[in-house]
Design a protein around this ligand. Structure first.
Ligand code: SOE
Length: 385
């Protein structure tokens, strides 16, 4: 009889859907040592919560997350909420001995992140932070190639995370655009992913120099009941101040001597979810573009001169990370699959009583880099970590 792990999810919008899909698909495609059960879905709005639970197959619903985290029959708490709410839910869940699958960015501040990590360690729960792009096969392949020395000593990291969903000044003042509910704008939402990838692929950050920009400073107030999937309706004509940055640029020195640049913006008109990175090394280079997420471009500087050039690896062979669990070579996968990979690895970590990465310790390191970036931008000087 396969062991079952009862899951309670808090959050029923974009990430609630992506996570629900992953909880359902992981045991179907991966031989996970335990089967996640979609037990309870938790959200504030009763009507939409019920239809979410029915659509995704959650057995029960709950509007009070505190009751959910204290249920003895719940093994895992999935935090699919905006970052403002992560701290309180994670502390309560850890204190109840629940394993935690938490959306990024981990927290609003490094102080919150430190306490979340401490309480999880004290209660010996598995804690996972869903920087899902690490588990995109082409990115995991890049990691393997770097570890195998295929690109040698790394000189440069260049990463851009570009979106354009708020270029329209009529887009309302949703929670992502207010400091009290988001802490920051793309510096938290997008550069958190970029810094996680840099930690994963390059190493620790030593210094940060940054600047931020505010392109649109006030917007119509939002009707938050309509917000989700990066869309929302305004609540009328009254306006409010945008209190987070619209774009953030960082330049960093890594502890291993490499240097890096990060561009996070919601004003790259035409880029919808444009995450790209470039890594340049002594023996070769790697280029990734999320909009072509099954591909990894590789320049092998050890090739014969007449054969040198960037070539495209289609990361869909069974030998590529995670791909043996999906389709034959060339049958590509999508955005949602990295979430399935994360759930499969998380469930395995719980069953084998091991840790998983990235976790809250990784999340704390990320928040410290993001805070250093905001400090550098405010003080107009380089900040050391
Ligand atoms: C909005 O920028 C967002 O939903 C991010 O919060 C996610 O982490 C990213 O995967 C897609 O875009």
């Amino acid at each position: 009889m396969t062991k079952e792990l009862n899951v309670g999810i808090v959050g029923t919008k974009f990430m609630g859907k992506a996570h629900s899909n992953a909880w359902k698909k992981a045991p179907l495609f991966f031989d996970t040592p335990a089967k996640p059960v979609l037990k309870v879905a938790c959200g504030r709005q009763e009507a939409s919560l019920k239809s979410f639970a029915e659509q995704w197959g959650w057995q029960e619903t709950e509007t009070d997350w505190k009751k959910l985290v204290s249920r003895p029959d719940i093994d895992i708490i999935d935090i699919a909420l905006p970052q403002q709410l992560h701290y309180e839910v994670a502390l309560a869940a850890a204190r109840e001995g629940k394993h935690i699958f938490c959306e990024k960015p981990l927290a609003m501040t490094s102080r919150q992140a430190e306490e979340m990590l401490k309480v999880c360690e004290e209660n010996k729960v598995v804690h996972y932070l869903n920087h899902n792009y690490r588990r995109t096969p082409a990115v995991a392949l890049a990691k393997r190639m770097i570890e195998d020395g295929k690109i040698g000593r790394i000189f440069h990291w260049r990463c851009a995370y570009q979106q354009d969903w708020i270029v329209d000044p009529a887009f309302p003042l949703t929670w992502q655009l207010r400091q009290e509910t988001a802490q920051a704008g793309p510096q938290w939402d997008l550069n958190s992913h970029a810094v996680d990838l840099a930690h994963f692929l390059i190493g620790e950050v030593a210094t940060v120099s940054a600047l931020t920009s505010h392109f649109i400073t006030e917007r119509p107030l939002a009707d938050e009941t309509t917000s989700g999937n990066l869309k929302a309706e305004s609540s009328g004509t009254e306006k409010g101040k945008v209190t987070v940055e619209d774009a953030a640029l960082m330049m960093v020195q890594f502890e291993n001597g490499a240097i890096g640049s990060f561009e996070a913006t919601r004003f790259a008109t035409g880029k919808k979810n444009g995450l790209t990175f470039e890594i340049y090394g002594s023996k070769g280079s790697l280029l990734f573009d999320l909009e072509r997420m099954n591909e990894l471009k590789f320049y092998d500087n050890q090739e014969a001169d007449d054969l040198k050039g960037f070539r495209t690896i289609l990361a869909t062979e069974s030998s590529h990370p995670y791909m043996e669990h999906w389709w034959p070579a060339g049958h590509i996968i999508g955005y949602e699959h990295s979430f399935v990979h994360a759930v499969a690895d998380f469930v395995t970590a719980i069953t084998e009583q091991k840790s998983i990465e990235p976790n809250f310790a990784d999340g704390l390191k990320i928040i410290k880099v993001l805070e250093a970036g905001l400090q550098s931008a405010n003080q107009k000087q380089q900040v050391s970590l």
